[in-house]
Structures are given as C-alpha cells and as structure tokens.
Design a protein around this ligand. Structure first.
Ligand code: GLV
Length: 320
C-alpha cells in the first residue's frame, strides 16, 4: 500500500477521503507547522506527499523523501512553494486545488477593495482605540467604486470571479492576462484586454490574480507604481513576491498611489515594517481561502488527487 504523508494539519474531511479509500496516512496533527528538520524526517519513504503552501518542496526535500516518491499534492491553488521543474525531472507528479477556492478568494479581493477605498480598517481602529469622533460631512471620506475602473492582472478563475463582483458594484473591468478568456465571459463582463502599462495607467483599482513564478516576480515594482494614477489602489490576494514590497512602501510614501489592500506578503509571515503604521493600507493574514467549507473542499480535492495517483489513475487536477 502507498505511504501517504500529510505534512501539515489538514481538515478531517481530507483525512477521511484517504481513510475511506483504504489508506492509513501519516498525518501531522499539530496546529503549528513542522520545523524544516522535522519535515525532512517525516517525508522519508513517502510515495505521496500532501503538502501545504508553507512547505518548500525543493531538491533537498525530494532527496529526503526518496526516489520512490510519485506525487506531491498541494492543498492550495498556488504552487510557488514547489519546484515543479525538479519534480518533473524526477517523474514526480504535482497537483493543486483549483476551482474550490475561487469564490472565497474573490470575496476577499472585493472585501479588500471596499476596505481600502472606504477606509474601513482605519475607521475600525478609531473606534477600538477609543479615539473621540463625531459624524461630519468631511469626516473620513473615502472613494466610491461605482463607475471606476478595475484592472485585473491575471484573468483566470479568481480574476474573473473578482471582476464579476466588481461589476455588480458598478465598476468597469479591464484586464491583463497571458491567455485569452472565453469570449462569452468577456462579453458578459464587458471586459477589455489591455497591455500591463495601459492597465496600470487606466485603473482606479489594480487587483492581482496571476500565479507567482519567475516571470511574475516583482511584476509590480517601482516603475509600475509610477505608471499608476495617484488616486489608484493596489489589491493583492495572489502571492506576495509578485509585488516588490519595499517599492510599494516607497510609492505609498511618495503618494504615487492612494493605498493598498494586501492579503499576501513578499516574505510572509514577515511584513515590511514600512506598511505597519500606514492608514492607507489594509493588511490581513493570507485569508483568501479561509472559510471552513473551502478548506474542507481543498483538503478533499488534494486527498482525491493522492488517492487517484496511489491507485494508478490520472489525478483530477495536475499542474502543468
Ligand atoms: C492560497 O493562497 C492558495 O493558493 O490556495
């Protein structure tokens, strides 16, 4: 029987899939992630790994697992924690969990758009800090999103779902994407494909939804911020390294953009100190897929991928 090692604590729904299929997974049950040393020990002899985005799957880990390793099933749609090329060279299949977290993540993108444009986190801090306040015609004014332009970078499933939500709020949508989207969806959204430079100069809110890889590393940096409107906002629910975080701090300080809503950070869980005391940024701790039902669905999909591979079948959602 295949040895399946689950390297982080996943919802029981995922473990049940493995048990029901007759496997007896070696599963980490503590809330805190394993140390790297522990991880390298735990993966030894695994046929299949079920991993979380906090685990770096590189040559060192693949060596530690051993040459019998068949697959790495990531419990995340993003897989920048995995050296996919190294896996491919060794014949190790990689899977992710697309689809099941689309709506949850798009909800968070919309929430960040509204929070940052309407200064909601800042307002909450006023109340919680017991700072005296009074309703006033000019008090804590934000920016409405109706009739504004949302620029989506990466028009995959989450980008499209965010665009739909923004459209319901009266925004128009432009996008920059590697691939064409279904013309029916483009028509439904009235979404226009543009170059990255056009997107940056025309958008009132730029929302990032592309994968994190070598070609998107620091896609948004100092020169991109200079192209944005000084009244525009940046929202990132994809991956931190897509944005040069220090350049973001500098752009905010120089008022090159109006604010940012961030769910992900370049050196997660470390946050650039320059962001922490700014009222023009909203910071939340990587909550994109953090609903009970979504996390269950992610764990179940990853487990079903593991079961399929262990049984010699094609995985449901392979990467690449
Ligand atoms: C979460 O960030 C994911 O990639 O699933």
């Amino acid at each position: 029987m295949s040895k399946i090692v689950v390297t982080g604590k996943i919802p029981n729904a995922g473990l049940e899939v493995l048990h029901k299929a007759g496997f007896n997974p070696q599963a980490w049950s503590q809330d805190t992630a394993m140390t790297r040393q522990e991880l390298l020990k735990q993966v030894q002899g695994a046929d299949i790994l079920v991993t979380l985005l906090t685990e770096k799957v590189d040559n060192e880990l693949l060596d530690a697992a051993g040459s019998q390793l068949k697959a790495v099933c990531n419990v995340a749609v993003g897989y920048n924690n995995i050296d996919v090329a190294a896996c491919k060279t060794r014949g190790v299949t990689v899977t992710n969990t697309p689809g099941v977290l689309t709506d949850a993540t798009a909800d968070i993108a919309l929430a960040l758009i509204l929070m940052v444009t309407r200064r909601l986190a800042e307002g909450e801090r006023v109340i919680r800090s017991k700072t005296p306040w009074q309703w006033g015609m000019h008090y804590m004014l934000g920016t409405g999103v109706t009739n504004r332009v949302l620029g989506v970078i990466g028009m995959g499933a989450i980008g499209i779902a965010t665009a739909r939500r923004a459209k319901a709020c009266g925004m128009s949508v432009i996008y920059y994407s590697r691939s064409e989207i279904d013309s029916k969806i483009a028509n439904e959204l009235g979404a226009k494909k543009v170059s990255l430079d056009e997107l940056l100069s025309e958008s009132d809110v730029v929302s990032i939804h592309c994968p994190s890889n070598e070609s998107t590393h620091h896609l948004i940096g100092a020169s991109q911020f200079k192209k944005m409107k000084p009244t525009a906002y940046l929202v990132n629910t994809a991956r931190g390294p897509i944005v040069d975080e220090q350049a973001l701090v500098d752009a905010l300080k120089a008022r090159e953009i109006a604010g940012a809503g961030l769910d992900v950070f370049e050196f997660e869980p470390k946050i650039n100190e320059g962001l922490l005391d700014r009222d023009d940024v909203v910071l939340i701790p990587h909550l994109g897929s953090a609903t009970t039902e979504t996390r269950d669905a992610m764990a179940m999909l990853a487990a079903n991928n593991a079961v399929a591979i262990a049984n010699g079948k094609s995985p449901l959602t392979p990467v690449g």
